[in-house]
Design a binder for this molecule. Structure first.
Ligand SMILES: *Cc1c(COP(=O)(O)O)cnc(C)c1O
Length: 463
């Protein structure tokens, strides 16, 4: 047998570590085997393989929760069999979902007299699709009522929006109109947004916590500008706030910032329960300020599971366990618990960003004072003679286990490469010190080798 055959065969087989002691033969990667194996062995094979995944504690790229309390884990495993969609079979789970929606409505200052409505989703992406669809439907009704065409909808947003809004536009045939970055502005601003609006604009998306640099977009200013626009043109343009991260941060540590339903033009808000809502993936939420914002036409009434079930979703079946875990956090933490956790994330972010800013080679773009997420660029003078780029630094940190991604900024400022840290609850001040030490020694390493070749593109951008 030649080496090529050997290699091909090897790549078709799984070769586990510890479980190999018990296995009678190789396991195919591509086909189900004729016979099964004992549960403990199957567990061990998969468990071994998953050891190769990254270590989530050192992953500073993701916004998604990587730690929950044992009691929450227990509840999740006790409720994995509950199908969220089947509200007739699991009325208590459905009741808990409703409570969560009411809790969020109140956290975001919805007025109970307007009858706020909402639902859980699999994450913010689905929630954004639902918010976007409501805007499209409402716009279409407006246009039809005015005898105007409905074939060219557009949506105004910053070029820094998360990928789900690009998906929304493509999947639902909507023209994305982006406020591009300019100089040191990497988010949408009111003045530029208004310039892109016409009668075919279904709405404006404002992000509370840009994925690129963690900063909040100016919702209240945007609303004022849209009020002016309405006075001049009669166009009444709604705002959807994408609070994937900030929806669970601002209410606790920036309670005076008006970005939510206190701003009348904000018609809907989404958030990710699995980001700063502190639940394992996948749960998201969307709330509409009033029942009238959610077109009846988008709601399905499902009868074949028994009863009359209301369904407003893109997905159908999904686990109820994450919604229950969200409710666990609400009970367990309360307002005070969430505030303490988000504040301590922010304290760590400010501490670490301050220290990185003082090292010399780097300049901060954001500090982590909106959501606890910040990024930096190379100091321009330093970069001229440096033997490394932020991509090299990311690679070097990766060798120590840290995932700290480097990536280009949004459209029109793609020339600017930044590196970002997302501070989550499980990233302690001690760990921040360790990361800082590792950054310092990486810089020392690069400075000791002035002739290294810089890497000028590379890592993927992780959300
Ligand atoms: C993460 C994120 C999303 C997508 O959320 P998922 O919960 O991952 O689907 C959308 N918008 C923003 C601003 C985000 O940060």
């Amino acid at each position: 047998m030649d080496a090529e055959d050997d290699a091909r065969r090897a790549s078709d087989e799984i070769v586990p570590t510890y479980s190999a002691r018990e296995l009678s033969g190789p396991i195919s990667r591509n086909e189900m085997s004729a016979r099964g194996m004992a549960p403990r062995l199957a567990y061990q094979v998969i468990h071994d393989e998953l050891q190769l995944d990254g270590f989530s504690l050192l992953n500073l790229a993701t916004f998604v929760t990587t730690w929950m309390e044992p009691e929450a884990k227990q509840l999740i495993s006790e409720t994995l069999d509950k199908n969220m969609i089947d509200k007739d079979e699991y009325p208590q789970t459905a009741e808990i979902e409703k409570r969560c929606v009411r809790i969020l409505s109140s956290l975001w200052h919805a007025n109970p007299d307007e009858n706020p409505v909402g639902t859980s989703t699999i994450g913010s992406s689905e929630a954004c699709m639902l918010g976007g669809m409501a805007m499209k439907w409402n716009w279409r009704d407006r246009q039809r009522a005015a005898g105007k065409p409905t074939d060219r909808p557009n949506l105004v947003m910053g070029a820094n929006t998360q990928i789900c809004w690009h998906k929304f536009c493509r999947y639902w045939d909507i023209e994305p109109r982006e406020v591009t970055s300019e100089g040191d502005r990497f988010t949408l601003n009111a003045e530029e947004a208004v310039k892109l609006i016409d009668e075919n604009t279904i709405g404006v998306v404002a992000i509370m916590g840009s994925t690129f640099d963690g900063s909040y977009e100016p919702v209240a200013e945007l609303s004022d500008a849209l009020d002016e626009l309405e006075k001049k043109t009669g166009l009444d343009i709604p705002i959807h706030v994408d609070g994937a991260s900030g929806g669970f941060v601002a209410p606790f540590i920036q309670p005076d910032l008006e970005w939510d339903f206190r701003v009348p033009r904000v018609k809907s808000i989404n958030t990710s329960g699995h980001k700063y809502g502190l639940v394992y993936p996948g749960v998201g939420w969307i709330v509409f300020r009033g029942k009238t914002e959610l077109p009846e036409d988008l709601i399905f009434h499902v009868k074949y599971l028994g009863g009359d079930m209301i369904d407003f979703s893109i997905n159908f079946s999904r686990p109820g366990s994450q919604v229950i875990a969200q409710y666990y956090n609400f009970l367990r933490l309360g307002l005070d618990g969430y505030a303490r956790i988000q504040q301590s994330c922010q304290d760590v972010a400010l501490y670490l960003s301050g220290a990185i800013g003082e090292l010399g080679p780097f300049e901060l773009i954001s500090r982590g004072d909106d959501i606890p997420v910040f990024c930096w660029k190379m100091n321009e003078d330093y970069a001229k003679n440096a033997s490394f780029s932020l991509y090299d630094l990311a690679d070097r940190l990766r060798q120590r286990g840290w995932l700290v991604p480097a990536y280009p900024m949004p459209k029109n400022r793609e020339d600017l490469i930044v590196q970002r840290v997302v501070v989550k609850e499980d990233f302690s001040r001690d760990m921040a010190d360790r990361l800082l030490e590792d950054i310092k020694s990486a810089v020392d390493y690069f400075e000791a080798q002035p002739n290294l070749k810089k890497k000028d593109d590379g890592s993927h951008f992780s959300h």
